[in-house]
Design a protein around this ligand. Structure first.
Ligand SMILES: Cc1cc2nc3c(=O)[nH]c(=O)nc-3n(C[C@H](O)[C@H](O)[C@H](O)COP(=O)(O)OP(=O)(O)OC[C@H]3O[C@@H](n4cnc5c(N)ncnc54)[C@H](O)[C@@H]3O)c2cc1C
Length: 376
């Protein structure tokens, strides 16, 4: 490894995880090179819900004021039955505090935020990593066009189907989420919801969150036994008993098939997140069904923790193992709580509707309470 690159971090992937670690390294004065396969992010037109711990991480990345200028605060959650009856509400402002209250914004705006005030010299688009090799001093990648790059450490932030993960551990079978295997996302004119609102039937969920400019973000999931498949039109039947607002919003979304994004719910649960000079981060390490909207939050926290460790150490040999030791308990907590709520969501209507008013607020607190503690 030439000494010029021995303290440079290579980042595979310029999604939320990759852009976050790039920013966190920059804050700590460490050089990096981000290699992103695409020229345009596929789902950038959609939105993303950020719970309070994601907002705190963005604040630590110096982005709190800029965040407030885009998207909308999420102050309240409403959980409803498939017929529209209110089961319980959560006052998110009271829970998280106004400083780090949850926020919903367009993905493209989050990507823009993460790149704010950074030069674009250290990010390359259309640069897909084809293979990875490491030696005791660092990691080397070969790109799909045959070019090569090297760094003292490689961060695999290349998502659920990570090439970097495959280079370490070979092909692995990804798990389908317990909640459902298929989902769809879309933006829609806001049909009149003022809060984060979920309608839940057995195996069928419909979520709307107000974003901005009169639009809301919609997310629909249907389990296979309720007709869920890769064809969004097949979901219609699962929502026949839902309120008119839900059915009309779904119909309007289905009428624009190019604006409805099929989003399979795949999970990554693996025994190790790296080896020597290669470290996995974000979805590549621990993609989890979006039951508690923790994907971006965990990726942002991963980035802050890893950047701090790399900045503090002159020797990066054990940095990956230490990063995993610090991050695993928090990630496994989210995975456990995701499974727990997914089991409740799959109960028959009568049992779920009886249980949720008690179990729901309790699960919300049990999930998010430990996440109110800063990750670093
Ligand atoms: C339906 C759904 C809804 C969700 N909703 C939420 C939500 O509301 N809130 C939340 O916090 N999270 C949510 N998530 C999860 C969240 O989107 C992810 O956890 C988050 O975006 C972190 O992703 P990432 O950067 O690790 O991976 P990705 O976003 O997948 O980014 C990986 C990047 O790597 C690039 N790449 C891949 N292979 C290569 C290669 N070989 N070489 C170079 N580049 C490569 C890809 O092009 C991509 O840009 C949701 C997920 C799903 C599926």
């Amino acid at each position: 490894m030439d000494t010029q690159h021995s303290r440079r971090v290579l980042i595979a992937g310029g999604g939320i995880a990759g852009l976050a670690v790039r920013r966190a390294l920059h804050q700590r004065g460490l050089p990096s090179l981000t290699l992103e396969r695409r020229s345009v992010q596929a789902d950038a037109g959609l939105a993303i819900n950020l719970p309070g711990n994601a907002v705190r991480a963005l604040s630590q990345l110096g982005l709190l004021d800029a965040l407030r200028e885009t998207g909308s605060p999420v102050r309240r959650r409403e959980y409803r039955t498939e017929r529209g009856r209110l089961l319980f509400t959560v006052d998110e402002d009271a829970f998280w505090g106004s400083e780090t209250g949850p926020h919903c914004l367009r993905r493209v705006d989050l990507q823009r935020l993460l790149q704010r005030d950074l030069s674009r010299d250290d990010i390359r688009q259309g640069a897909g990593i084809a293979s990875v090799r490491q030696d005791p001093q660092g990691a080397h990648v070969e790109l799909e066009d045959g070019a090569t790059e090297a760094g003292g450490l490689l961060v695999g932030a290349d998502g659920v189907h990570s090439t970097v993960r495959r280079s370490l551990f070979g092909d692995q079978v990804l798990g389908a989420a317990m909640l459902a295997s298929q989902s769809w996302r879309f933006m829609t004119p806001n049909p009149g919801v003022e809060a984060w609102t979920l309608w839940a039937g057995a195996g069928a969920l419909f979520l709307l969150i107000p974003v901005d400019r009169g639009e809301a973000y919609g997310w629909v999931s249907v389990s296979t036994d309720r007709g869920g498949s890769a064809d969004p039109a097949a979901t219609r039947g699962a929502f026949a008993a839902f309120p008119r607002l839900v059915r009309d919003t779904l119909d309007a979304a289905l009428a624009r098939p190019d604006a409805i994004y099929h989003s399979p719910l795949e999970e990554v649960r693996i025994p190790a997140w790296g080896r020597d000079r290669v470290v996995l981060l974000g979805d590549a390490a621990h993609a989890t069904a979006p039951v508690w909207a923790q994907g971006a939050a965990l990726a942002l926290e991963d980035a802050l923790v890893l950047a701090r460790l790399l900045a503090e150490r002159s020797d990066w040999n054990d940095a990956g193992a230490e990063y995993e030791r610090l991050r695993r308990p928090r990630v496994e907590h989210v995975q456990r709580m995701t499974d727990r709520l997914s089991r409740t969501a799959r109960l028959p209507d009568w049992a779920r509707n009886l249980l949720l008013p008690v179990v729901g607020p309790r699960s919300y607190r049990a999930t998010y309470d430990p996440l109110r503690m800063p990750a670093i």
